[in-house]
Design a protein around this ligand. Structure first.
Ligand SMILES: *[C@@H]1O[C@H](CO)[C@@H](O)[C@H](O)[C@H]1NC(C)=O
Ligand SMILES: *[C@@H]1O[C@H](CO)[C@@H](O)[C@H](O)[C@H]1NC(C)=O
Length: 224
């Protein structure tokens, strides 16, 4: 009886430890709306399931979308990476892939220009991550056709997807200047030229990039 109790206690502790280890994810995250993120929400993104177990199609339009911004360094998005455990297991250092179609089937690599702490001291906290989108990225996902899907994975293998929304004015632009005083016809012509250039850039991008994976080596590994 005693040993059974001891065994049960140990098992509970072991499972508890397993459960508690190594969770971190982008905030906001696809599939979680109307409440704070919890440790158990963290996914293990894989090649086959870049958003873990979260269904993309039924969640993309419900997600809290982070804005795509245009600055000196090009087109980028920023989000918080939140950890629920300290140390390397709770790593907030990530690799990111982006799917401009929002379907989860067209992911390409994105460059992380500001990354997080690979071994946070605190058990829960956040780092602001900044990701440069590939040149010419045009978000076309969701019902309004302006969403991009990002798959975020930590060096410990945890993460989730998050959604970015692109205003028309940020469509692949680099300068961030909004034409205002020009006459409409000139603007329209420029816009058309711009769209054509964008389409060509996207084609080139697609040709250049083989189906790519997360930079984080654990991406291809099946964890637990
Ligand atoms: C990131 O988290 C900090 C602290 O909680 C918060 O102030 C900030 O608004 C968040 N930034 C984004 C882009 O969500
Ligand atoms: C990432 O950055 C490198 C170095 O600046 C650049 O050569 C590469 O084209 C970038 N890739 C993407 C997908 O933006």
């Amino acid at each position: 009886m005693k040993s059974t109790t001891l065994f049960t206690t140990l098992l509970t502790l072991a499972l508890g430890a397993l459960h508690a280890s190594a969770h971190a994810m982008p905030n906001p995250a696809l599939g979680i709306t109307g409440r704070a993120l919890q440790r158990n929400d963290a996914q293990r993104p894989s090649d086959d399931k870049p958003c873990g177990n979260v269904d993309i199609a039924s969640n993309i339009d419900k997600a809290t979308a982070i804005p795509v911004t245009v600055g000196k360094d090009g087109t980028s998005v920023s989000f918080n990476m939140t950890n629920f455990n300290g140390g390397g297991d709770g790593s907030r250092k990530v690799s990111v892939m982006i799917d401009p179609t929002g379907t989860g089937k067209n992911f390409v690599k994105a460059n992380v220009t500001k990354n997080g702490d690979p071994a946070p001291k605190e058990n829960t906290g956040s780092d602001l991550i900044t990701v440069a989108l590939p040149d010419g990225t045009k978000c076309t996902g969701g019902k309004d056709k302006n969403l991009c899907l990002l798959s975020v994975k930590s060096t410990a293998g945890f993460g989730a997807c998050t959604v970015a929304s692109q205003l028309a004015s940020t469509g692949a632009a680099k300068s961030g200047k909004v034409p205002c005083k020009k006459n409409r016809r000139a603007v329209a012509t420029r816009a058309a030229r711009f769209l054509r250039a964008q389409a060509r850039a996207l084609e080139r991008e697609a040709e250049e990039q083989e189906r790519s994976l997360h930079g984080n080596p654990l991406f291809a590994t099946t964890l637990l």
